[in-house]
Unconditional design. Structure first.
Length: 286
């Protein structure tokens, strides 16, 4: 009887040991699976955090690319021809556009890196594809705005070039008109020289006596020297006495003065506006 009890007891112990081994194996398996699950959850949580941080950084970059809100100011300057897009301001505008383009490229790289990272980690976040699509669309909008700004700079520069050409033409026209009003032509010579050139002629008198010398009004401009009375108001004569100089043309005597300077006579134009009412100055020297 005792022998039977011993055998039964040993059998029970063997069963218990086998059951314990089975339970232990299941425990180890469950513990390993739990550890793997916890590790996967931590990895997924880290991937989520990294993805959301990347999205936040990308969005901040896009918000910083605020085209037209102060990063770049272009004002069409059309009030007067002198208000224009100068070379320094054009250079600053182009530099600002270049910086915006760099920010766009940097943002596109970040989006691409985010996509690659999510693909490698097999992380699937609800709505992530839609978020990335929206980010790409915003980038495309910013690129379009920057391209428009670049076009505006080019258009303004073209406008400026046209305005500068117009201004130069107007300035030249004004300068030509000023010179036309300010210029006079003069000739200095003896009676014989002026007569032989047809600039003066003797008139009146009787039997060759008492004739007066007058200008003919028929001038060869090649014999005259032109001066701008806004810049030059002195005409020098190659004689040393005022009595040897006579202005035969019709300039008002009140518009000039004859003086002796450094051993020669000089005609000083004291009233240029009045003096140049007669465009040809004929000076006869004895």
């Amino acid at each position: 009887m005792r022998q039977l009890l011993k055998v039964a007891l040993y059998g029970i112990i063997a069963v218990l040991l086998a059951a314990t081994a089975v339970v232990y194996q299941q425990y180890r398996k469950t513990a390993a699976e739990l550890s793997t699950t916890q590790s996967a959850e931590e990895t997924a949580r880290a991937n989520y955090t990294e993805a959301f941080n990347a999205i936040s950084e990308i969005q901040d970059s896009l918000n910083a690319i605020a085209v037209g809100s102060g990063n770049l100011r272009l004002k069409e300057q059309s009030e007067t021809p002198t208000q224009r897009l100068t070379e320094p301001s054009r250079r600053e505008a182009l530099e600002s556009i270049a910086m915006l383009n760099q920010s766009i490229e940097h943002t596109k790289e970040k989006i691409s890196q985010l996509e690659v990272a999510l693909k490698k980690s097999n992380t699937k976040i609800a709505g992530m594809e839609r978020v990335i699509t929206n980010l790409k669309q915003t980038v495309a909008e910013r690129e379009s705005q920057i391209a428009e700004l670049n076009g505006r700079v080019d258009a303004l520069q073209t406008q400026v070039t046209g305005l500068e050409g117009t201004v130069q033409e107007k300035d030249q026209a004004l300068e030509d008109r000023r010179k036309e009003l300010a210029e006079v032509s003069y000739v200095i010579g003896t009676k014989k020289t002026l007569s032989s050139s047809g600039i003066i002629e003797a008139k009146g008198g009787l039997l060759g006596l008492g004739k007066t010398v007058e200008v003919t009004g028929k001038y060869d401009d090649n014999l005259f020297t032109t001066i701008d009375t806004d810049a030059q108001t002195v005409i020098e004569a190659p004689v040393d006495k005022i009595e040897k100089v006579k202005v035969l043309s019709g300039q008002s005597p009140s518009s000039y003065q004859l003086v002796v300077e450094d051993g020669h006579v000089a005609l000083h134009i004291t009233d240029p506006k009045e003096f140049r009412k007669v465009k040809h100055v004929v000076i006869m020297t004895a």
